[in-house]
Design a protein around this ligand. Structure first.
Ligand SMILES: [Zn+2]
Length: 368
């Protein structure tokens, strides 16, 4: 007694088209001969699933089967004999698996793809100030360009498509795959007239100065692309790109953290006690800040908008000034006497106010 097609695929009688497809896919992968070498029961299951799919995926055959069962195909050139052969089965794979594998299946018939020259990569190191303001850099590059008098013709091996197709047997069956044509390296064109000073592709090295516009706010390791400033392609393709890798030079006093900048300011104990107005260097110039008398070590002053311009949005980060009160390490007699006299002075005894933020709260604020 022949097994029911729905049972073979493990689906219900009301299964939708996509459910049938999915079920078959699963079985086909499970029982594929390449995955089960020498296992005849796997091969048998593989064939059964293919046969069930062949019928159930065709609405006409399916309704006949639903009415009459296996007898619907008796003596009508159906599967009465040895079932489907492997070639028939593999021919199903194209539409079952094709879409899941993108361009993997013979999707190259249409027009010729334009080839592209190779990319050039170059590293550019920038000062923090240049990053803050944005900068235009003139960069010398050695790029390959077409030599004078060079000409190309269509590649004979691939007929100008740049791709050669071949048939391979894989786990999913027989597949048509395309690969880069070895004769023209995918450009579809080969050299026809080569000037003596050029390389085998008809290209010569040219030293050029490229203007690279670097926007404000870039970061270390970012890459910018200058379209079309890489190496020329062979034939009528388009040139590659110039990839500019950003390298940020460390600033002597400002530390970067995203768009914020941090600055460690050291002040004398007298300045902390008496208060002072100080000029500090920002990344784009100097600003004057006022330190109130009695300022505590560890205080962080936030100068809004004095950080770096944001690359992807409006606005700018802040400059965070960290106050460090410098405790003198060496004192002369007079100074020593002064501090000894102050030792028990009430004003010198720490008395943090209730409202004063702890170090940890300040750190929390900084990142909020
Ligand atoms: Zn070719």
């Amino acid at each position: 007694m022949k097994e029911d097609y729905y049972d073979i695929l493990g689906i219900s009688k009301s299964a939708s088209e996509s459910e049938i497809k999915k079920a078959y896919r699963k079985k086909a992968i499970k029982y594929h001969p390449d995955k089960n070498p020498g296992d005849s029961s796997a091969e048998e299951n593989f064939k059964k699933a293919a046969e069930a799919y062949e019928v159930l995926s065709n609405s006409e055959k399916r309704s006949k089967y639903d009415q009459l069962g296996h007898s619907a195909f008796d003596g009508s050139g159906g599967f009465g004999g040895g079932g489907m052969n492997m070639d028939d089965i593999f021919s199903q794979f194209g539409d079952i698996f094709g879409s899941a594998f993108g361009g993997g299946f013979g999707g190259f018939g249409g027009g010729q793809r334009r080839s592209k020259g190779s990319n050039l990569r170059i590293r550019v190191s920038l000062e923090l100030k240049e990053i803050a303001l944005g900068v235009e850099k003139k960069i010398k590059v050695k790029r390959k360009i077409k030599a004078k008098g060079v000409s190309y013709k269509n590649c004979f091996s691939c007929n100008g498509s740049g791709q050669v197709t071949r048939i391979t047997n894989t786990i999913l069956g027989r597949m048509q795959s395309a690969s880069t044509c070895p004769s023209c390296n995918g450009s579809g064109q080969v050299i026809s007239n080569r000037p003596s000073n050029s390389d085998s592709n008809g290209l010569i090295v040219s030293e050029e100065t490229v203007l690279v516009k670097i926007p404000a706010g870039v970061e270390d390791d970012m890459q910018l692309k200058v379209t079309g400033k890489g190496n020329d392609s062979v034939g009528d393709g388009i040139p590659g790109d110039l990839i500019v890798l950003i390298q940020e030079n460390e600033h002597p006093t400002l530390k970067r953290e995203g768009n914020n900048l941090h600055y460690d300011m050291y002040i004398s104990i007298s300045d902390a006690v008496l208060g002072i107005s100080k000029e500090i260097e920002t990344v784009t110039g100097s600003v004057r800040i006022k330190l109130e008398s009695g300022i505590q070590s560890g205080k962080i002053l936030r100068l809004r908008g004095k950080g770096l311009t944001s690359l992807n949005s409006y606005g700018a980060g802040d400059l965070l000034v960290h106050i460090n009160v410098w405790t003198p390490r060496i004192l002369n007699k007079e100074q020593k006497l002064f501090f000894e006299q102050m030792k028990n002075s009430e004003n010198f005894i720490p008395s943090p106010e209730k409202g004063e933020k702890s170090f940890f709260e300040k750190v929390k604020d900084m990142f909020s």
